[in-house]
Design a protein around this ligand. Sequence first.
Ligand SMILES: [Zn+2]
Length: 205
Amino acid sequence: MAKVPIEVVLVGEKGLADLPAAIALANSEQNEFLFSSASDDLARRLQMRTFEHNKISEFFDQMERIRTEVRGYYPFLIAAIDSELEGSRFGNLFGSHRAEKGIAVLTTSLVPDVIIPTDRMVAYFIYYFARYALSFISPNHRNHDDSRGCVFDRKIDKQDIVKSMRARALCDECRRNLVSGDGMLSASQFSALENLFALAGPNSQ
Ligand SMILES: [Zn+2]
């Protein structure tokens, strides 16, 4: 089966130096998803519209517009930025997605050495690559507010992310819904993503 192409758009630089290494490692550990660096054209256009403080809804509107402007086939895009993200309910997010449109964003703002040690940023990136790949394939599956050491924890307390950076990082309810729900996730895609979550674990690198 063809690999699912996911382009990572590098915008900014703070804390993002390990992004290429994360892309390479993510590709070397599974064969279902192909992560690649998006074109400079896409990155430049998004850079122009990325602010110090970004409202998620406006950011995603811009991403959708830019994807239309550049044309070409970009079904799934993850932007990697270094500035602040503000959602409708919570501020200072790690990232967010508009999965039904195939777009997501992660940020390094207030992450390295605040939540994640600088030398574990590769794990942080791979965690979010896998997290958003899951959402792209199963866009109806949502976060839960309570913390279960699961990638679908809402992480209202940002330190909670560390508990879900591990192998088998899905709670039973999420696992059950993802494997039996109405999503398109195949068994091999599921196991590819499990490999990636394991890479984000404390003992993998
Ligand atoms: Zn869960």
